[in-house]
Design a protein around this ligand. Structure first.
Ligand code: NAP
Length: 327
């Protein structure tokens, strides 16, 4: 293997900085599968890492929490050269080199075989954000939410997790209430299948204990008062899947909706989710995500654009999902 190009975070004169470098293969970390990375993406967490708000646990560190690519070498029986694989999370770009590189070496147990329904580019159009959206949908289903029980609300609807969640929920027959701070994206959200659009400010204001029961389920990427107000408006026996902190990591709420309306708060983590859950989520994405809607939420970018895209995502400027062409 020769040198390869990567976006590397390292110490700088002031704090940390990310820059494109030629990296020696000897710098790759432990793992039994080598991958030629063809595509990656930009998630909110990539923005946090590249901005220095979520510094890697070791340096230098190749950034990027996702990749799709082709196995080039493997000493694990599950994979052979030529296999097409996906990686989401497992501490990449925090503790282990990530997907913003032409080459990767990772433990086999972190890799999912790419579903034949998706190309590598489509798998990264989904990326960690989309796979997390499906984990949230599964959490709602596992807690008894069905289209017949009532609407489902989605916060941050024009973002990555939100756009895929709206698309999947509408295909499953839910009445989707999409919350967004970008009213100009109303037509986009309606095209993805949102039945109603509400302004983000309806949820992000002061925290309520109870409000009128409006939805049987909710998917939240915002945290803070938005999450509390989603819980406060959840119908008796409903469920809220909490996965993000775009507004804040605080939870300034009350136990009352849990103990008087039997509402469930389901935490959703994608990073360390066990393989069975990942495979279930990717299988359901192959079944329940309309490829035309996936295309509608996706824009494709060059590897060089990642630093700017990472800055943009933290400012809520990115609509839907991004594919980054690496290889
Ligand atoms: N737990 C996990 O494993 C996991 C996995 C993936 C993502 N996440 C988290 O989920 C969140 C979304 O990730 P993403 O990749 O979808 O990011 P994203 O594309 O940037 O979407 C986030 C969206 O949240 C909304 N938003 C931004 N600031 C807000 C605020 N102050 N109050 C309320 N809403 C706000 C915006 O949507 P509108 O403009 O439509 O309002 C924005 O597009 C992030 O916090 C991320 O860390 C967690």
């Amino acid at each position: 293997m020769t040198q390869f190009r990567a976006l590397v975070i390292d110490k700088a004169a002031k704090g940390l900085a990310a820059s494109f470098k030629q990296v020696e293969p000897s710098a790759l970390m432990e793992g039994d599968v080598d991958v030629r990375v063809t595509h990656s993406t930009v998630n909110y967490k990539d923005g946090l890492v590249l901005s220095g708000r979520l510094p890697p646990k070791r340096l230098p560190m190749i950034a990027g929490i996702d990749f799709a690519g082709v196995v080039t070498a493997s000493s694990n029986a599950r994979f052979k050269p030529g296999d097409e694989v996906i990686l989401n999370g497992f501490g990449t770009s925090e503790r282990h080199h990530g997907g913003y590189a032409e080459r990767a070496r990772v433990p086999a147990e972190w890799l999912v075989k790419r579903p034949t329904a998706f190309s590598a580019a489509q798998a990264m159009a989904i990326g960690t954000a989309g796979y997390t959206a499906m984990l949230c949908v599964l959490a709602l289903e596992d807690h008894g939410v069905t289209p017949g029980k009532g609407p489902v609300a989605v916060s941050g609807a024009a973002g990555g997790v939100g756009s895929i969640a709206v698309s999947v929920l509408s295909k499953l027959g839910y009445h989707v209430i999409a919350s967004t701070g970008r009213r100009e994206e109303e037509a986009y959200l309606k095209a993805l299948g949102a039945s109603e659009i509400i302004d983000r400010s309806e949820l992000s204001g002061p925290a309520q204990v109870f409000s009128k029961e409006r939805w049987a389920g909710a998917i939240d990427v915002a945290g803070s008062t938005t999450l509390v107000n989603l819980i406060a408006a959840t119908m008796y026996g409903g469920c809220v899947a909490a996965t993000g902190l775009a507004q804040g990591s605080d939870l300034p709420g009350s136990v009352m909706p849990f103990i008087l309306r039997a509402v469930t708060l389901a935490g959703v983590d994608s990073v360390m989710a066990p393989m069975a859950k990942r495979e279930r989520a990717w299988g359901r994405l192959a079944q329940d995500l309309d490829p035309a809607k996936l295309e509608a939420v996706t824009t494709t970018h060059a590897f060089d654009e990642v630093p700017q895209l990472a800055a943009d995502i933290l400012q809520g400027k990115i609509r839907g999902r991004i594919v980054v062409e690496i290889g």
